[in-house]
Structures are given as C-alpha cells and as structure tokens.
Design a protein around this ligand. Sequence first.
Ligand code: AMP
Length: 280
Amino acid sequence: MEVFTSVKSLRIFLDQQLSHQKTIGLIPTMGALHEGHISLIDASVKENDITVCSIFVNPVQFNNPEDLLKYPRTLEADCQMLEKAGCDAVFAPSVEEMYPEPPLLTMNFGALENVMEGASRPGHFNGVGIVVSRLFNIARPHHAYFGQKDLQQVSVIKRLITDLAFDLKLVVCPTVRETDGLAMSSRNRRLNDEERNTAPYIYQILSAAKEELLRGRDIWEVTAAAQGRFAAIGSFTLDYLEVVDIKTLQPIQELGPEGSNAICVATFLGPVRLIDNLIF
Ligand code: AMP
C-alpha cells in the first residue's frame, strides 16, 4: 500500500493505473477508522482494481471549532487497518495541500440541506460538497463509497454527482454497528465509560420507534414519545429526531412505501454529537 500526501504524486500513481485500464474505487474519510469504514474498503476491493482511501479532516465542513480540534487523528493505526483490508493507496494531504487557497466557491443544496444536519450545522454541506468534488477531480474514481449512517450526506452527494455530471457510480453501504447496536463512529472514541454505556439507547429508542411506526401508530405521537425517552435519560441533549422521506429528507406525516422512510436522530451525549438513522 502506498501513502500519498501530495495531489501530484497521487495523480501520477492513478494516471498509471488508468493507462492500464484499471478501475478505481474511492472511499473519502476523515480517518480514525473503524469497522464501518473498513466495510466500505471491503466493498471497493471487491469491485475495483485499485482502492484509494482518503483521510482528511476537512476544516471547511466543521462549524464548531472545538469539534474540529478534538476530532481524533490516528493516521498510523488507520494505515495498518487499511493495509490489512487490501487498500492500495492512502491519500492523506495537509490542509495546505488540499486547499492551496481557501475556496471562494460555495455550494448550497437547497431543500436537501435546510433540514437535520444542514439546519444544525450551517455550512456543513458546503464543506462536504467542496471536499468531495475536489477528491472526485483528483482521484477520478469509477466508484465512490459512502455510508448510509450519514443519510443526508448520501442525498447531497447523489445530487452533487447529478448536478456536476461526475462520471462515477455512487455505492451506499449499510451502517455497521457495535454488538450493542451503537452505530460505529470515529466520535465514539471521545465518549467516557458512562457515556459509552448510555450510547446504545440511541439505537434502542430508534428501533422501538420504528416498530411502533410499522404497527401503524401516528408519526407525531411516536416522535414525541421517542423524544421523551431521550429526555428521560439525563445525559442526552437531543438536537433533532425526525421521520423523513429518504429522497426529499423532508418530515412526513404519513409513511410512504417500504424503504422510503427513515427515522433520523442527532443527539449530544456529554460533549459529543452523535447521529444515527434507520430506513424502513
Ligand atoms: P467519516 O470518516 O466519518 O467522514 O466517514 C467516512 C465514510 O464512512 C462516510 O461515507 C460515512 O458514512 C462512512 N461511515 C462512517 N461510519 C460508518 C458506519 N458505522 N457504517 C458504515 N459506514 C460508515
């Protein structure tokens, strides 16, 4: 496995691969890798000749300086996991390498970003759109892999690919969970023991709410009950809990066909903000 820190060296490597008609899979990440990320690498290794994982904590997508500062950075351990998983190349640029100049361009995904993460983290999807576009242009992948855990991000990137005519296929991979149901996340490392023991309630509350919805209970009632359950567990500070249409991401009053609904949550647990969702 090769580790590249400059755009130029990665491009030279990938030019060679492309000249030999190799297919390229790209997995954009912010590092502090876990089995969730590795499931994306596994999918790419199966489908492509060359798998490239980018590791870049993108300042443009953080609107909270403390979150950016405290974001875990574990490049050496990440590289070991990637090598073991059969990844061919890591792209780990510095901020100056990724942004020789602060981008002037801004991106706005309209209705897709006026809800949930976009509403709570103004400018977040501008940063995501810019960094992912740069990575697509640098790596020129045939396939790009993203996790369902970041449901809104998937919708935004689908739209980015359509709007800018990126010639690649987006592959969405299911959320990988700990055995107690907690969605794997780089931010889980920042939880103390007590918070870590409380964190699985997120999945439990979402799952129970989903079951009630499938039994036909009113969306408003179920949402209010789930919000109440979060409030009853003192250490959660709920940001949002919504039942949405997975295409539009807008809140719904009635369930659509199977597979078109999602229950989405963002909550602080102590100082750490966690998100999760279930599609049904
Ligand atoms: P991040 O490093 O958090 O930006 O995530 C990089 C990619 O990994 C994104 O496409 C995420 O959606 C995906 N990802 C993060 N956590 C998980 C998980 N638990 N299961 C599957 N994919 C994940």
